[in-house]
Write a protein that binds this ligand. Structure first.
Ligand code: SF4
Length: 370
């Protein structure tokens, strides 16, 4: 298959559903890691086509959702400085901090701008030498190389009015944390296709040796996901635990080594807090000492900022696959995309936003299914 339509072909998808039905002899709980995969499952109703024995739970692979509250509060504090132009991706503006969000800071006169890439932030910094330009960089291994490149370029140019508030997170330590939890229910993972395009899938082999849980790197179209689910249930039914690659049109075993080199040049691994989940050892990236002059956290003295999560939002349980968005008492009532209480309802990759957008609360109310 070469074109996108083929990955949405009903006939091929139906054939895969039938193969999954024939394969499954007992219940399995599978997790898709990426928020983009969650949205495809919901949008195309794939979760409802699967046999009752296959339960899909949704993982922590939504960068906006896992960005810790205290980083949002730091961004808000920095953006409130009249000398600063804070630049980020659109989703970040509506994520609630402890007391307000970046959108409110902008409404009250703070200079907050939305871009599609860090290159635009660099361009703005070059054109506005009188402004302190801070790029708020969140995301997984997928976006980290472009952000690393921006800092590398800024250093090379001696661009002293540019800095970065970085909150990057890494997928394998998050999977390790999920599997180490006594509450874990997940028996197989659909791996994150975009992350693996950069990082390859070699690093998942250790996890499989340690936990004996299959991981199939999957794409983002309906046929990709159904094929990945078939590969997972086949492994589980045969008692195998291996890393396999469904997303062969994008992912190689070693990944993009040039991107990995840039990443390693600018960032180093650090412990990182995940929103709602808490600190996961070795699960983040921070700027190396050689790039300290571009670290907004140091420049603006926000490294001591701490924050507590709102008690009503159960996003921690949702992001660990322990609960579904429809289990949250606030879902679609007090928490909606127009008035979000938690990040998974804000982000275009959030599980709560996916359930809301594709009206799963109405399905659940009508059928008793969650
Ligand atoms: S529905 Fe809203 S309050 Fe509930 S878990 Fe999702 S984001 Fe949090």
């Amino acid at each position: 298959m070469k074109y996108i339509d083929e990955y949405r072909d009903e006939r091929i998808a139906g054939g895969l559903v039938n193969q999954i039905k024939r394969r499954v002899t007992r219940p399995w709980v599978l997790m898709e890691i990426c928020g983009g995969q969650t949205h495809t499952l919901m949008r195309f109703g794939i979760d409802e086509l699967l046999p009752a024995g296959v339960e899909m739970v949704h993982g922590p692979g939504c960068p906006v959702c896992v960005t810790p509250l205290e980083i949002i509060d730091k961004a808000i504090a920095i953006a409130s400085d009249p000398r600063v132009t804070l630049i980020s991706y659109g989703d970040m503006l509506r994520v609630p901090g402890s007391r307000t969000d970046l959108f409110q800071v902008k409404a009250q006169g703070g200079e907050v701008r939305v871009v599609y890439s860090p290159t635009e932030a660099l361009k703005f910094a070059r054109a506005n030498p009188d402004r302190k330009v801070v790029f708020f960089a969140v995301g997984f291994e997928t976006t980290a190389p472009a952000n690393a490149m921006a800092v590398w370029q800024a250093k090379r140019e001696g661009l002293r009015n540019f800095s970065m508030l970085a909150s990057h997170v890494l997928v394998p330590p998050a999977i390790r944390a999920l599997l180490s939890s006594p509450r874990n229910r997940v028996q197989g993972f659909i791996g994150p296709g975009h992350v693996c395009t950069v990082m390859g899938y070699r690093e998942y082999e250790d996890l499989i040796r340690e936990f004996r849980v299959p991981i199939v790197v999957g794409g983002f179209e309906p046929v990709d996901l159904l094929e990945a689910i078939l590969m997972l249930v086949t492994q589980l039914e045969e008692g195998r635990a291996e890393v396999e690659n469904q997303y062969v049109r994008s992912v190689t075993y070693e990944g993009n080594q040039h991107a990995q080199r840039v990443l390693g040049e600018v960032f180093e691994v650090c412990d990182r807090k995940w929103r709602g989940i808490g600190e996961i050892q070795g699960s983040g990236l921070s700027l190396r000492e050689a790039y300290a002059d571009f670290d907004a956290d140091r420049i603006f003295g926000t490294s001591g900022v701490t924050a507590e999560e709102a008690s009503e939002c159960i996003s921690a349980e949702v992001l660990q696959g322990l609960k579904k968005p429809t289990d949250c008492p606030a879902f679609a009532t007090r928490c909606t995309p127009e008035s979000p209480l938690g990040a998974p309802m804000v982000s275009s990759e959030g599980a709560c936003a996916a359930y809301y957008q594709y009206r799963r609360h109405l399905v659940a109310a009508g059928s008793g299914r969650h």
